[in-house]
Design a protein around this ligand. Structure first.
Ligand code: GCU
Length: 840
């Protein structure tokens, strides 16, 4: 018998424990077989543009080269002033030309670099200092991946704006952050010790990212107090040596809320003066401030619409203030009515961005960039590209992607997202029937705009893994690399990251690549398919299943599911007209159900559950099958990962094993809840007889109960048979017992126990077989997974624990004891007694 989730820790890994802090910049020693002969290695580093005391991108580059080569190859290179044939020279092209000889660098663009390596002679020349640093990181990445080939490459960024957005609050909490509190803020101000900020800047610089907006788009005016401006200055000073510029989110009503004015009307002269003065103060402390990010007139945030001014009036207010300082304004297109009338068949939140922005095209100042979420709704598991990309050709645009997994499992589920991003970036909007890839639009190429690029919502926290899960960091890595060059292949980026993060073992590389590449399709399968969106609880924490929460409210993430039909009718002829917001070729394609890609069927069309897909399956049967398939794939992540035991350091191995097991269990919660919901709604049974038919399960409420009582679960489909049990006495320390006499033929079984792990309580559980202890555990996922997800019995808190390989006979007695702690009344849902190879 093996304990599934017990404290293992007895296995001593072959590799030193790692906490993830260095991310992909570990500079781990390269295995012998990948090292070149020593004669081919450089022996010196010459850093141009620097003095011994300078802390600039080139001096950072030199130190990074020294540390990296020391780590990877174990060789200590000296920093020297004169180049030789076996030296690395790093600096700007201008400094190189001054000192050595004039080079023709006409191919270099802003922030770009030229990397030449011939034998032991290496030249890393940036168009600017930042470029030199990027080139140094690229060279080191090659070494760390065991690539010693000669190169002569010029690499330029695809777009000027390559930023992260952090949704950090001044109190240290992070909106949609799943890795602990903020590295930037605490108790209303900027933290004293900015070490983690510097470490973060280093990671971002290594990808070519050049800006960080440090505070939440739902911004507090207090960000702009004198003391906080100085704190922001310290952040800017910390990230500057890494070539990163600071950006800040503003609260549109600050002149009133902080400045004491009677208005925040963007056209009011006092308001204009207030912003101008604040901006000047900010630039005095942070002369290279990148600019502002504005969420206005959205989700209850103040904005220009309060005064019947246009969104362009709002954006231009800030544009004028930052313009003399060379700053830019990222103005979010995420503006919509969240009190929409659900009964209005023609209303569509997906139409909002075009409705709000199209008529303003051409009215934004040159230093305004409209920042557009990739899809028309909100970071769902599948959305078409936002039609806004095709509708404002005279406006600078950036795409907003989400690295933090708000709708994709909060980093407790492995979801490698770049394949989703790539579908959008490579998507051809066919504006004027000409190639119009989203990536060309946001790079400014398609419409010949100077500004544009990428904003990635990252939300790192103080957890040493940065994102809360070691594997989730591949998303940040690939985001940065794609912002530099969006034509790169998401699988190749993943392989680079895996080598840098976990080393060179072939099976480690293959396994992580396999499960990561399977993860988005699997997640889509067990959450929401055919374009129905992530069927999560949109009114609560966006984590577990709750399909009903999509409809019947003003938020507009509707599915329009009823007893017979499902899907949003977004056609022009009968629906919301959203298909018509796309350029004609696409509009025609989406208007017609026959030509709509099946993965977006329910995004654009309202159909019967019995409508047949190209596979011949009905929509409802596809739902059932996809949910079974997705959850089945998630089970394999555990076995795949287990095959890496001993090939990865214990710390990271156990951390991920725990999470992948959680995911495997929670994918079943998703599967059963979504399938059960639509089974109930449609009345149509699963052709394969699986839904609502779990022959290996013993419902907790049908066990013999002492001190436990049955309770209904809400939403009902998140409880097996709609019912769970909790200890009747809510007092901490009270206990209950649930007993079942097993009716099984003799053999070896896996036992799975489904329970609910709510926050604010750490109930104790014990499982016993014929009074012998089998497993003990605590309901403490809020500590182990590192973030809080629910205080109720629902799809967020529903989870599973298991024991593998238990010998059982007919008549064996299984007993589970639960002990209350806090609000957690040791809730149990069911027990599954599973013959080998079966998961249910
Ligand atoms: C989503 C998210 C919010 C966030 C908003 C935004 O709705 O749930 O937390 O503030 O997007 O992007 O502004």
């Amino acid at each position: 018998m093996r304990a599934h989730w017990g404290i293992l820790g007895i296995f001593v890994g072959l590799v030193a424990a790692e906490d993830g802090l260095n991310g992909w910049l570990r500079y781990a020693p390269l295995p012998e077989n990948l090292r070149p002969s020593t004669t081919k290695l450089p022996s010196l580093i010459v850093a141009l543009n620097t003095t011994e005391t300078s802390n600039t991108p080139v001096s950072v580059a030199a130190k990074e080269l020294q540390a990296g080569i020391q780590g990877i190859l174990g060789t200590q290179l000296e920093i020297a002033t004169e180049a030789t044939n076996t030296s690395i020279v790093v600096g700007t092209i201008a400094a190189y030309s001054d000192k050595y000889r004039e080079l023709n660098a006409s191919l270099l663009e802003k922030d770009g670099y030229w990397l030449v390596k011939k034998g032991a002679k290496v030249r890393i020349l940036g168009q600017n200092e930042r470029g030199a640093l990027y080139g140094a990181f690229e060279y080191l990445s090659r070494l760390a991946r065991g690539d010693f080939s000669d190169v002569d490459i010029v690499s330029n960024p695809d777009a000027p704006i390559r930023w992260t957005n952090e949704w950090d609050n001044l109190d240290g909490s992070i909106e949609r952050g799943y890795a602990g509190p903020s590295i930037f803020f605490r108790n209303g101000g900027i933290v004293k010790d900015l070490t983690r900020v510097a470490q973060y800047a280093r990671l971002l610089a290594s990808l070519g990212l050049n800006g960080i907006v440090v505070n939440n788009v739902n911004a507090k005016p207090e960000m702009l107090t004198e003391i906080n401006i100085d704190g922001l200055g310290r952040i800017a000073d910390t990230i500057r040596p890494y070539g990163l510029q600071l950006g800040i989110s503003l609260n549109f009503a600050s002149p009133q809320l902080l400045g004491g004015l009677s208005t925040f009307d963007p056209l009011d002269s006092q308001v204009v003066a207030w912003w101008t003065e604040k901006t000047n103060k900010l630039y005095k402390r942070v002369p290279d401030l990148a600019g502002y990010l504005i969420k206005a007139s959205s989700e209850g945030q103040p904005g220009p619409l309060t005064y019947n001014r246009t969104l362009a009036d709002g954006a231009n207010l800030f544009a004028k203030a930052v313009e003399p300082h060379g700053g830019i304004v990222m103005f979010r297109a995420f503006v919509y009515n969240h009190h929409a009338d659900w009964n209005d068949w023609k209303f569509d939140r997906a139409n909002a961005a075009v409705e709000f922005f199209k008529h303003l095209d051409g009215q934004f100042h040159d230093n305004v960039v409209v920042q557009i979420k990739y899809g028309p709704i909100d970071f769902q598991v599948r959305e078409p590209a936002s039609p806004l990309f095709a509708n404002i050709p005279n406006t600078n645009m950036a795409i907003e992607l989400q690295i933090t997994q708000e709708y994709l499992g909060h980093q407790d589920h492995l979801v490698y997202i770049p394949p989703l991003w790539k579908e959008i970036l490579d998507f051809d909007m066919r504006v004027d029937s000409k190639p119009s890839l989203v990536r060309d639009i946001v790079a400014g190429r398609r419409y010949k705009k100077k500004l544009g690029g990428y904003a990635g919502v990252v939300n790192v926290g103080t957890n040493t893994t940065w994102m809360g899960s070691h594997l989730a960091l591949s998303n940040l890595y690939a985001y940065g690399r794609l912002a530099w060059n969006p034509t790169q292949d998401s699988k190749a980026l993943l392989e680079d990251w895996t080598k840098l993060t976990f080393g060179h073992d072939r099976s480690v590389l293959d396994t992580i690549t396999k499960i990561s590449m399977e993860s988005w399709p699997a997640y889509e399968n067990y959450t929401g398919n055919l374009g129905i969106q992530t069927l999560t609880d949109i009114l609560y924490t966006h984590f577990g299943p709750n399909p009903a929460s999509q409809d019947g409210n003003g938020w507009g993430q509707w599915t329009r599911a009823d007893g017979e039909t499902i899907g949003m009718d977004r056609t022009v002829k009968n629906g919301t007209g959203n298909a018509g917001q796309y350029p004609p070729e696409l509009a025609a394609k989406y208007e017609n159900i026959e030509t709509t890609p099946e993965e977006l069927l329910l995004w654009f069309h309202h159909v019967n559950y019995t409508t047949r897909l190209s596979t011949g399956k009905t929509v409802i049967q596809h739902f059932y099958d996809a949910h079974y398939a997705g959850a089945a794939t998630a089970q394999t992540f555990v076995t795949e990962w287990e095959s890496l035991r001993g090939k990865i350091d214990t710390e990271r191995f156990e951390h991920m094993l725990f999470r992948l097991k959680f995911q495997a269990g929670h994918s079943l919660v998703w599967r059963d809840a979504v399938n059960g919901f639509y089974r109930n709604l449609s009345g149509i049974p699963d052709e394969l007889g699986r839904v609502w038919n779990h022959k290996y399960r013993i419902e907790a409420e049908s066990m013999q109960l002492t001190g436990y009582v049955p309770v209904k679960v809400t939403p009902s489909e998140t409880g097996s048979n709609f019912t769970a049990i909790v200890v009747a006495d809510p007092t901490t320390g009270a206990r209950g017992e649930a007993v079942a006499t097993l009716d099984v033929s003799p053999g070896t079984y896996d036992i799975a126990i489904n329970y609910y792990d709510v926050t604010d309580g750490r109930a104790h559980y014990g499982a016993f077989l014929n009074d012998e202890p089998l497993l003990e555990w605590i309901g403490d996922l809020e500590d182990k997974l590192g973030h809080a997800f629910s205080t109720k019995l629902d799809g967020h808190s529903a989870t599973r624990i298991g024991i593998e390989g238990v010998e059982l006979r007919k008549g064996d007695v299984l007993k589970i004891i639960g002990v209350v702690d806090g609000i957690e009344r040791a809730p149990l849902d069911y027990v599954s007694i599973l013959p080998a190879g079966i998961v249910d």
